[in-house]
Design a protein around this ligand. Structure first.
Ligand SMILES: [Zn+2]
Length: 205
């Protein structure tokens, strides 16, 4: 199992040895998948998915938290999964400071929401209104780290990557979808259909 992971990671890295190849990778994103997936190591099923990114060649790949800890020494993913689990059980609870920081750095919440959350983070007695806002932000976090959202982001990324080699293509619509996805945590059904339409019509794979 371990062997398979190292092979896969090395094939996506510049270095040809594991000790150096693994240092090329940074944590990029984490999400919780309702759909069962297979880790690079072959482990099945995994639901906690970490997206990691190669600092040298910008390759991206996904691994389960089984491997993120053992091999790559990237800890942030786990903190995110702990907060996802906690808030799924009770959305009046708080996400951890690292996670708030993370979600803000990814434009998952607005500056107002970030400042609000930092303010009330340690407070026990919130007013009804404060609690409502907190829950709303928590739900935004859950949406942002859901499989649905991330498949939307991945579809958008796919088109933008393709557009790099097809400069005639007007990216403005897809960029507006990306903005909207960042703002709302996901695409509307019409936006999603529009995006899929482009992918099918232009035979993007
Ligand atoms: Zn694994």
């Amino acid at each position: 199992m371990h062997f398979k992971l190292t092979e896969e990671i090395i094939s996506l890295s510049d270095s040809r040895t594991w000790d150096f190849a693994k240092l090329e990778w940074d944590f990029e994103f984490a999400y919780y998948s309702e759909e069962l997936q297979t880790c690079l190591c072959g482990h099945f099923p995994i639901k906690n998915i970490c997206v990691i990114r190669n600092k040298r060649n910008s390759n991206q790949t996904e691994v389960g938290n089984c491997c993120i800890n053992k091999f790559l020494g990237i800890e942030d993913g786990n903190k995110i999964f702990t907060s996802i689990k906690k808030i799924k059980e009770d959305n009046s609870k708080s996400m951890s400071a690292v996670v708030i920081d993370y979600i803000y750095s990814k434009n998952g919440i607005s500056e107002f929401e970030y400042n609000f959350y930092v303010d009330i983070h340690r407070k026990r007695n919130l007013s009804f209104k404060q609690l409502e806002i907190k829950k709303r932000i928590n739900n935004k976090f859950l949406a942002f780290t859901s499989y649905e959202t991330n498949s939307h982001f991945n579809r958008i990324k796919l088109v933008l990557k393709w557009a790099e080699n097809n400069s005639w293509f007007d990216k403005s619509f897809v960029l507006s979808l990306k903005k909207s996805c960042e703002r709302n945590g996901k695409l509307t059904e019409n936006q999603r259909l529009g995006l899929e339409n482009i992918i099918t019509k232009l035979k993007i794979e």
